[in-house]
Design a protein around this ligand. Structure first.
Ligand SMILES: Cc1cc2nc3c(=O)[nH]c(=O)nc-3n(C[C@H](O)[C@H](O)[C@H](O)COP(=O)(O)OP(=O)(O)OC[C@H]3O[C@@H](n4cnc5c(N)ncnc54)[C@H](O)[C@@H]3O)c2cc1C
Length: 320
């Protein structure tokens, strides 16, 4: 296969998110013979993208900030011009949203959260369904395969596989009317500073066992000492103890920290799928038979209201 794969680069005003590099690694792994062309939409100057054979910089006044329909329209026009073998993005909210627009315009199927892809007629794919609790093997019959790769399956480091070298940057200017961007970014609210839930190396998460909004003070204290982010289960957001932005799981965030500390969380499948990519899990729970405990690498059986403050106190004592 010699036609290039177009890989959408998910960036926020020129800052490329780590996740977007997973799509480059996915393309290298599943389509090893196809050149990889990164597609940077918007901005005056394309951000540096390592791991691609070429870069398309798509420019237009309607693309200055994130606008899903306009980005999808522009990417579709680029695809029509260069006839790629496939279009790929990382399965972030933005990646999936933009590819859904491309697929709708092209009248082609869109396969989201793909784990493996084998080109052919038809393409064979394996993808994660139901929040990762089900693997689906499927075929895709399409003139233009459009795929997003499942998050945290391919290491972004692999995107660096080709030696660093000069990569050509070509410009593409799509035809977009003034109404192309029906959804626009009009304001930004900073809801987290420093460490974020999806990038934190350690996540301290609380569930129903925490008991109240005030109960999260000890969880926050532990997170601060560990340089961790605070997460929670859906019961907690349903109770209004934490905002939905902190929820981990099928209907919350997917996290992949080095260590996930689950305090008073039973480990329901809908929660587990959000943190199953964690390298190590420590469960703190009164129930030795809770799924979170039986699946965890480490467990402390007992009342989190005693255990978490004790860990905080010991960490402070040692650091003093
Ligand atoms: C479509 C759908 C989507 C969903 N999406 C999500 C999602 O994204 N994220 C999510 O989390 N859930 C989700 N859920 C809900 C999920 O099924 C569970 O109900 C939820 O995860 C349970 O939360 P929990 O573990 O905090 O509470 P529980 O299941 O009630 O568990 C509480 C745990 O705390 C322990 N405990 C109690 N007191 C203490 C104490 N003092 N010290 C230590 N341990 C204690 C108990 O032994 C128990 O294991 C979804 C459900 C559905 C149907």
């Amino acid at each position: 296969m010699t036609d290039p794969v177009l890989v959408l680069i998910d960036h926020d005003r020129g800052t490329v998110g780590d996740e977007t590099r997973q799509a480059l690694a996915f393309s290298r792994a599943c389509l090893p013979h196809a050149p990889v062309a990164a597609v940077v939409i918007g901005g005056a100057v394309p951000p540096t993208v390592s791991g691609a054979d070429a870069i398309w910089h798509v420019r237009h006044v309607e693309l200055d900030d994130y606008a899903p329909e306009a980005w999808g329209d522009a990417l579709h026009q680029l695809a029509a011009a260069v006839s790629p073998s496939a279009i790929v993005a990382t399965g972030t909210e933005r990646g999936n949203e933009v590819l859904a627009h491309v697929a709708a315009i092209a009248d082609e199927p869109f396969a989201a959260n793909v784990l493996l892809a084998t080109p052919g007629s038809p393409w064979r794919i394996r993808r994660a369904r139901w929040g990762g609790s089900l693997l689906e093997d499927a075929t895709v019959s399409a003139q233009l395969p459009i795929l997003s790769c499942a998050l945290h399956v391919y290491s972004g480091d692999l995107a660096n596989a080709p030696a660093a070298r000069e990569v050509s940057v070509a410009e593409f200017v799509p035809t977009l009317g003034p109404g192309a961007a029906r959804t626009r970014v009009v304001d930004r609210v900073q809801i987290a500073e420093g460490i974020t839930l999806t990038t934190a190396p350690v996540v301290v998460s609380g569930g129903r066992g925490v008991g109240s909004e005030e109960g999260f003070a000890a969880i926050e204290a532990l997170a601060e000492l560990l340089g961790a982010a605070v997460g929670c289960s859906r019961v907690v957001t349903n109770q209004g103890w934490r905002p939905h932005a902190d929820q981990v799981g099928q209907t919350g965030k997917r996290v992949a920290p080095d260590l996930y500390i689950a305090c008073g969380i039973s480990g329901a499948i809908q929660h587990w799928v959000g943190m199953q990519a964690a390298k190590h899990v420590l469960a703190i729970n009164t129930d030795p038979n809770a799924p979170m405990v039986t699946k965890a690498d480490y467990a402390v059986i007992g009342d989190l209201h005693e255990i978490v403050p004790a860990i905080v106190e010991e960490l402070r004592r040692r650091r003093a």
